[in-house]
Design a protein around this ligand. Structure first.
Ligand SMILES: Cc1cc2nc3c(=O)[nH]c(=O)nc-3n(C[C@H](O)[C@H](O)[C@H](O)COP(=O)(O)OP(=O)(O)OC[C@H]3O[C@@H](n4cnc5c(N)ncnc54)[C@H](O)[C@@H]3O)c2cc1C
Length: 411
């Protein structure tokens, strides 16, 4: 993020996060990538002890009552320890948003407070083996039986599944209602009826316990229903904000590091008797990456400010989707450029660029694919287009033949 637009408080927050990031053992990052590390619960415990989880949430629940403008700084710094830990860190922001916005007081006390303290690990379970993009086609069911719901079905690719104490789960409570009107959201505590069946062998973003979760007639107390029965679509639409903002912000620090690693290398490495940065073919890759980095940081910053200032929902959805799409594609291109600028050595594990490249590939797939981002962006824009902006010049008329109605045939 841009240091020069930060407040004193934001600078202090950045320092605090930098301190936590420096505390993370190097071996943990290596072991997570090698998929030999146990689930890194201690990282969340430490972040909780330092009061760095759930920064945006009210102080009465253990948060700091900060804004998106602050949280993106924290997540951007956090991204130096890699995608999997950043994702576990962000899950508190994601699941916490659901509880803060839609949960009961009891749910805030039982789930949110210990999660912010780092004492309870949460996971978000939307995606099913049958598909992630078609969220409203969810087939997991929850049947009301007295003071409980009975949850049955499967979820796939759930980050943190291995270590989670509870899951935020969407399930169908009315099979006869239209898809959008028959889903409910639950906080599901882990018990013996909840099985994490597979922990996936991933290309990147490894070590955060991403698994398939089976609910076999899991009994969920009715008081763990979040919001209203069959009312999960409102929650889902809101959850897009923290999911996508955290994905976007998590690109910034990592992208900056990739550029700096590559730039440093190109000042040291020589070919044809000169440092390779003296070849424009090399240094222009650094330039292109810097433009992308600053553009992504600007877009994320502006989007955070827009959310904090209460921009209308449609505009917020568009901006959040744009930020997620742009940042996640930019970080991939930046890692690609970094590898290209460094040559063969970057393809080995002597430098972390190969891990960063593998990690970053995930970002344009999860929290909604970038194709789905395009769907939202165009949808919201076409809706905006219908609203005339009062007092704005109609540029369509600034053409000599603008009033030639014979040529303005549209069908
Ligand atoms: C490592 C990892 C971690 C993840 N973590 C979580 C998690 O913690 N919680 C969770 O719930 N999910 C998680 N996911 C799931 C992720 O969000 C989904 O993979 C993603 O939403 C896409 O769903 P899918 O894989 O089922 O692909 P599909 O939905 O089958 O999509 C396949 C392709 O079709 C395209 N497509 C589908 N529908 C449309 C459409 N209408 N218009 C245009 N293109 C379309 C997609 O863009 C994609 O290119 C994770 C995934 C991975 C790989």
């Amino acid at each position: 993020m841009f240091d020069f637009v930060m407040s004193e408080g934001q600078r202090r927050l950045q320092e605090e996060v930098r301190d936590l990031v420096s505390w993370v053992p190097r071996q943990l990052i290596l072991d997570m990538d090698a998929m030999i590390a146990p689930f890194p619960r201690f990282f969340l415990e430490e972040a909780g002890r330092r009061n760095l989880l759930g920064l945006r949430f009210p102080e009465e629940y253990g948060g700091r009552g900060l804004k998106w403008e602050d949280e993106i700084i924290a997540i951007s710094e956090m991204s130096l320890v890699g995608v999997p830990l950043t994702c576990l860190y962000s899950l508190v922001s994601i699941v916490g948003e659901c509880i803060v916005q839609f949960g009961s007081e009891d749910q805030k006390r039982r789930f949110l407070v210990p999660t912010i303290k780092g004492e309870k690990v949460c996971a978000e379970a939307l995606t099913e083996p049958r598909g992630g993009s078609d969220f409203f086609g969810a087939t997991c069911t929850a049947r009301r039986e007295g003071d409980h719901y009975v949850l049955h079905g499967q979820k796939r690719f759930i980050v943190g599944a291995e270590g989670a104490d509870y899951f935020m789960v969407y399930a169908r409570t009315d099979p006869d209602a239209p898809p959008r009107d028959g889903l409910s959201c639950f906080l599901v505590e882990r018990d013996e009826s909840v099985e994490v069946k597979t922990v996936y062998g991933l290309m990147g973003a490894r070590g955060s316990g991403t698994g398939r979760v089976l609910f076999r007639d899991t009994r969920v107390p009715a008081e763990n229903l979040v919001g209203e029965e069959n009312g999960a679509s409102h929650i889902f639409y809101r959850m897009m904000v923290p999911e996508r903002m955290t994905s976007a912000a998590g690109c910034v620090g990592a992208a900056r590091e990739a550029i700096e690693l590559a730039a440093r290398y190109t000042t040291r490495r020589k070919a044809f008797g000169t440092a390779i940065k003296n070849f424009q073919a090399v240094s222009f890759m650094i330039a292109e990456s810097l433009v992308k980095l600053d553009a992504m940081a600007s877009l994320i910053w502006m989007t955070a400010r827009a959310i904090d200032s209460g921009v209308p929902h449609g505009r917020m959805r568009r901006m959040v989707s744009e930020a997620k799409k742009f940042a996640t594609e930019a970080v991939w291109e930046i890692c690609y450029n970094a590898m290209q600028a460094m040559g063969g050595i970057a393809y080995t594990n002597v430098y972390p660029i190969e891990r960063m490249l593998r990690d970053s590939r995930l970002l344009s797939i999860w929290t909604g694919t970038n194709q789905v981002m395009n769907l939202i962006i165009q949808h919201e824009f076409y809706k905006e287009l219908e609203q005339q902006v009062k007092g704005r010049r109609d540029v369509e008329l600034d053409a000599p033949e603008a009033f030639n109605e014979d040529e303005k045939i549209y069908e």
